[in-house]
Write a protein that binds this ligand. Structure first.
Ligand code: SF4
Length: 366
């Protein structure tokens, strides 16, 4: 078995840790790029959403590099994500590609037994002992938790940096160093070192940077290529970024969902505007917008792929939250035709707006 998985934010680091520990051959695809998108768009159904196209292209590139099994995550309720697996299978069949798909889904949707069954399809390819396999999973979880924490903190501290670009450089260096490790234990050690280093980077505590929360469709907010590197752009503008949805959040949410203990704060916050799960992460999007308006954040940017059903519903609700709470919210729709220049201009205009708003509020309070 030679395993691969499409990129989705920091997941590749946890995947590398897991496969190294399990002793399974793997291919981490190149970071999502234009080539993957073009390839995916060529074979994808015309009206499918952007994540499908990028993921398809990415899996095809890995297949051509020798992968024979791909792992993808599961359905997220009633939206197109539930069809991804079947669509991938049909496309691979048409193309004559012999590639197996393993779908990791929420236990509440497929049951713990089926989840274990699917995971054992992966672990069967490993000759390690049971306790070593458990350690492998444990280390992979540690890696994702650490890198998500480091990224969250670095992106937040970017607003306070003394030398422009310090935290962005630090973050990329940290990811590179972790990826270059040759064992999961080494990856965990390196991440701990970077976590400690992060605390020592000097910051200007007198700064009061703009703070923006990123919300929206999970793949698009996690995968930098899909959101045209919005978090890097905000860092360059000296903005502190907050994002609750991360791969480690996903893991925790999946574990707690069978007991209905997942994301209680988000569910509570969304209740007034969207009290049901409607697919994707629309409810989380609404809950996060409400919470951001109560947490002293200056504004919220929702990112959604063109035609994303759950996020279109969220997008329709967000203006009401914005009006009710006198709180700036902007939605950015992305697809393969999105032009970077116009996209950046909209982000800069939004930051200008929230800056002026803050200045006026200060003047008004006087
Ligand atoms: S949440 Fe939206 S973008 Fe993601 S799979 Fe569903 S419809 Fe597509």
């Amino acid at each position: 078995m030679k395993i691969t998985l499409p990129h989705m934010g920091n997941v590749y680091l946890a995947a590398k840790a897991l496969f190294l520990d399990l002793g399974i051959e793997f291919i981490i695809p190149e970071f999502s790029n234009k080539q993957a998108l073009e390839l995916g768009s060529k074979y994808a159904p015309e009206d499918i959403c952007l994540p499908y196209k990028i993921m398809l292209g990415s899996i095809i590139l890995s297949y051509k590099a020798g992968a024979d099994t791909a792992i993808i995550t599961g359905s997220c309720g009633p939206c197109r994500y539930g069809e991804y697996c079947e669509l991938f299978k049909n496309t691979f069949k048409k193309l004559g590609y012999n590639i197996k798909l393993i779908v990791i889904d929420y236990p509440k949707d497929i049951g713990f037994k089926e989840l274990v069954n699917r995971i054992s399809n992966i672990s069967m390819a490993s000759s390690k002992k049971k306790n070593e396999k458990i350690t492998a999973v444990y280390n992979a979880l540690k890696v994702i938790k650490l890198i998500d924490y480091i990224e969250m903190k670095a992106r937040n501290l970017a607003g306070y940096e003394i030398v422009k670009g310090t935290f962005k450089k630090f973050l990329y260096e940290c990811k590179r160093a972790t990826f270059n490790c040759e064992s999961a234990t080494e990856m965990v050690r390196v991440l701990h070192e970077y976590k400690a280093k992060l605390d020592k980077i000097p910051i200007d505590k007198n700064k009061e940077p703009m703070t923006v929360a990123i919300i929206g469709e999970i793949y698009t907010i996690l995968e930098p290529f899909a959101n045209l590197y919005i978090e890097d752009k905000l860092m360059d503008l000296g903005v502190s970024v907050k994002k609750q949805i991360t791969p480690s959040w996903w893991v925790k949410n999946a574990m707690l969902s069978p007991f209905k203990l997942n994301s209680l704060h988000i569910r509570l916050a969304s209740r007034q505007y969207l009290s049901e799960y409607i697919g994707g992460h629309a409810r989380e999007c609404i809950g996060e917008a409400v919470m951001a308006s109560e947490e002293g954040i200056d504004g919220v940017i929702q990112i959604l792929p063109l035609g994303c059903m759950p996020e279109i519903v969220a997008k329709a609700i967000l203006p009401k939250i914005s009006r009710d709470r006198n709180f700036p919210i902007m939605s950015l729709v992305v697809d393969e035709m999105t032009g970077e220049a116009g996209y950046s201009t909209r982000i800069e205009a939004f930051i200008d707006l929230i800056e002026r708003r803050r200045e006026q509020n200060v003047l008004y309070r006087g």
